[in-house]
Every structure is written in structure tokens, then in C-alpha cells.
Design a protein around this ligand. Structure first.
Ligand code: IMP
Ligand code: MG
Length: 185
């Protein structure tokens, strides 16, 4: 198995293998490429830090001129939402009249994305779309936010790997797994 060389004893169950993730990202790249005009330039806006791996793999599957930008917002402490969202690092580009594609690792309550979308809308982009790798619909609080492009729906379990962390660890796992319950409270 491709996972063996990175087997991690803190993971109770692998829910998405490296191959499943990479195959889906290829499809998403095609979907996204088709959703725009071929000469549209796109600002891929990575929400730090969890979406870094997804952004870098997805970008290589999008056949459009893209620009990278990054923003950092605080949302989570440990495994539950603090309800507080704060902009730690704003993006660098002027997005007025431009196509912005927000890249997120997971949409959980939706509070983070709602806040980011509301903020970016005030800057009047030509278009504003969202691509998330994972969606945990059971936990949604902000019912009106949804992803234009989503990789996978996941059950209401705390997952790590492929960018997603628990206290900043496990981001480098190439697959997504459930963290053993005894490791967090
Ligand atoms: P939301 O604001 O509740 O939608 O949460 C979004 C952020 O919470 C994501 O960008 C993740 O950083 C984090 N998050 C939510 N669920 C998980 C999870 O299962 N594992 C790791 N991080 C998560
Ligand atoms: Mg996070």
C-alpha cells in the first residue's frame, strides 16, 4: 500500500487515500477550467494554512492563467470552533474587477468562509467562487454558504492530513484520516 511508508499510529482510520485525493483533484481541475472563459485570469486565494497542499496540487490541474495569493484567518483552537474569526494576514492583490477563487481545506460550520466571502465582496471582485477539498455538511451553521467546487463530503469526525492539522501536526500526511479519539479532548 502506498500509505505504508507514512503509516502514522495516531490515525485510527484512513478515510481518503493519497490516490483518491489526487484523482479527485484532477477532476476538480477540469471542472474549474471549464467553469471560466479561457482568457479569464484567476486569483487562487489560499486560506492558510490548511489549504496549502490542496492549492498547490489543484493549481497544476487548472489550465487557465492563475495568480497565487494567500490570506490567514484564525478560526479554530484545537477541535472546536471558537466562534471568533480574525484576519491575521490579508491578501496582497487588488481584487476589484477580478476573478477570485477561494481555496479552502474544509468547510465545517461555514463561519470562516462566510466571513471571508463577506469581506471580499465589499472589494467588488468580478466573480467570487469557492473550492473546498472537504465538506462536513452535518456541522453547517451558516446555511447559505456553499462551495462551487467540492472534493469530498466527509462524516462529522475530526480529520487530519493533506494539509489539515490538529495543533499544527499531521499536515504532511499524504492521505486524510481520523485522529484517534484519545489524542484530543
Ligand atoms: P469552519 O469555520 O467551521 O467552517 O471551519 C473551517 C476551518 O476549521 C477549516 O479551514 C479547518 O482549518 C478547521 N477544521 C474544521 N474541521 C476540521 C477537521 O476535521 N480537521 C481539521 N481542521 C478542521
Ligand atoms: Mg486549520
Amino acid at each position: 500500500m502506498e500509505e505504508e511508508h507514512v503509516h502514522n499510529n495516531d490515525i485510527s482510520e484512513v478515510i481518503l487515500t493519497e490516490k483518491q485525493i489526487q484523482d479527485r483533484i484532477k477532476e476538480m481541475g477540469e471542472e474549474i477550467t471549464k467553469a471560466y472563459n479561457e482568457d479569464d485570469d484567476i486569483i487562487m486565494l489560499c486560506v492558510l494554512r490548511g489549504a496549502v497542499l490542496f492549492m498547490s496540487d489543484l493549481a497544476r490541474e487548472i489550465n487557465l492563467p492563475v495568480v497565487f495569493d494567500f490570506m490567514d484567518v484564525s478560526s479554530y483552537e484545537g477541535t472546536s470552533s471558537s466562534g471568533m474569526i480574525r484576519i491575521i494576514k490579508d491578501l496582497e492583490e487588488n481584487i476589484e474587477g477580478r476573478n477570485v477563487l477561494i481555496i479552502e481545506d474544509i468547510m465545517d460550520t461555514g463561519l470562516t468562509l462566510k466571513h471571508v466571502i463577506d469581506l471580499l465582496k465589499t472589494r467588488e471582485p468580478a466573480s467570487l467562487k469557492v473550492a473546498t477539498l472537504l465538506d462536513k455538511p452535518d456541522r453547517r451553521v451558516e446555511k447559505e454558504v456553499s462551495a462551487d467546487f467540492n472534493g469530498f463530503e466527509v462524516p462529522d469526525k475530526f480529520v487530519v492530513g493533506y494539509g489539515l492539522d490538529y495543533k499544527e501536526k499531521y499536515r504532511n500526511l499524504p492521505y486524510i484520516g481520523v485522529l484517534k479519539k484519545e489524542l484530543y479532548t
